[in-house]
Design a protein around this ligand. Structure first.
Ligand SMILES: *Cc1c(COP(=O)(O)O)cnc(C)c1O
Length: 372
């Protein structure tokens, strides 16, 4: 689905010397690479505070820990997402309340949020799925009206611009109270191992999250709150500093691949190509088709016989996961989510795709559609 090897070859000298530099200086934890990356990411996202951490799941967990929520408090979130978004809620004793997504953008449907609000609701966690932003203006308005926190799961959309209705432009992840992202290798800004970051414009939340990520420590060996140990290591930070400079080029390369797929698949009435909402710039972490009147699973199998990778993100929505049985979540009625789960398929998309590869993938999909 991705080609990290070819991408590395293009930046190899810079990466190799940056990694070697960390080793030679033996500054494996924190140090100048981490603080350098932190301020560069703050500048890129236009936020006051970035707190690097160990991975995207930790970022979400630390964000929720900093909000001072109580066990049993409810958090509204889409079911159509990666499990990490909602898993951390259960881990902290919070109750995930699953709502619908918009069938065009795959992101949380603001119209379903308000109906799910109760006296226990404390936060909304929208997910910018596949690289496209949720409708943040609508979400922020609901949050303001009901005094709720908003934590953006920006793991798939780093670098995306959000166009507010008032004309302002913000980077995704910088709009809610807190934004969380992941630097898992295959993400749009990926490192060479695990990594993540949290961002906020709120000084108090930033201080709380820094403390939580560092064993709840206020000064050395004095621990004020229960925290965890979540750090971005220096080698990963060194890699990320180099790749952050390339991020906008990487996004442009992904969008070019998406343009090509869009143009090619337009001829097939059975294929719905990704809808690009006017609220944001799609950064195409995934290129996801919605199929109608075609057996999605059989297409998947057929592509495998042609050595074309394809993936289902995600075959089981969160509310139907066994993990959430105790919450009775499977009784939640989410027809759009269930419908999408059976019809979406993601094709390879990455920064190093060649025309020949694209043509081969398109031809393989076309062959199946024409014969079925
Ligand atoms: C990747 C991802 C995460 C988790 O990130 P990790 O770094 O793998 O822990 C969370 N949410 C979404 C939507 C993701 O895609």
């Amino acid at each position: 689905m991705v080609d990290l090897m070819s991408q590395y070859q293009k930046i190899k000298p810079a990466i190799d010397s940056a990694i070697l530099n960390v080793i030679e200086n033996a500054q494996f934890i924190n140090g100048p690479e981490v603080s350098g990356f932190q301020s560069e990411l703050e500048a890129y996202l236009g936020v006051k505070h970035v707190i690097p951490c160990a991975n995207g799941t930790d970022a979400l967990q630390i964000a929720l820990m900093a909000l001072g929520l109580k066990p049993g408090d409810e958090v509204i979130t889409p079911s159509f997402t990666y499990i990490a978004t909602t898993e951390v809620m259960a881990l902290l004793g919070l109750r995930p309340i699953f709502v619908e997504v918009d069938k065009d953008t795959f992101c949380i449907d603001p119209a379903t949020i308000e109906a799910a609000i109760t006296s226990k609701t404390k936060a909304i966690v929208p997910v910018h799925l596949y690289g496209q932003a949720a409708n943040m203006d609508a979400i922020m308005e609901i949050a303001k009206k009901h005094c709720l926190f908003v934590v953006e799961d920006n793991a798939q959309a780093i670098g995306s611009d959000y166009y507010h209705t008032n004309g302002k432009v913000s980077k995704t992840g910088s709009i809610g109270d807190i934004g969380c992202t992941s630097f898992f290798p295959s993400k749009n800004l990926g490192c060479y191992g695990d990594g993540g970051a949290i961002c906020t414009n709120d000084d108090q939340l930033a201080a709380a999250m820094r403390m939580i990520a560092n064993h709840g420590q206020s000064k050395r060996y004095y621990h004020d709150v229960v925290g965890c140990n979540s750090r971005l290591d220096s080698i990963q930070a060194a890699v990320l500093r180099i790749k952050l400079r390339e991020l906008d080029n990487y996004i442009a390369a992904r969008r070019k691949v998406a343009d090509h797929y869009d143009a090619f698949f337009a001829q097939f009435s059975q294929i719905k190509t990704p809808v690009r909402g006017k609220e944001s710039k799609h950064v195409f972490h995934q290129y996801t088709l919605t199929l109608e009147g075609v057996d999605r699973d059989k297409l998947n199998e057929f592509l495998a016989t042609k050595d074309v990778p394809s993936m289902i993100y995600y075959p089981v929505p969160a509310h139907r996961q066994k993990m959430f049985e105790a919450f009775g979540s499977e009784n939640t009625v989410l027809p759009v989510t269930d419908w999408l789960t059976k019809r979406v398929v993601s094709l390879p998309i990455h920064t190093e795709m060649e025309q020949e590869q694209l043509d081969y993938i398109c031809a393989a999909v076309a062959e199946y559609i024409k014969n079925n």
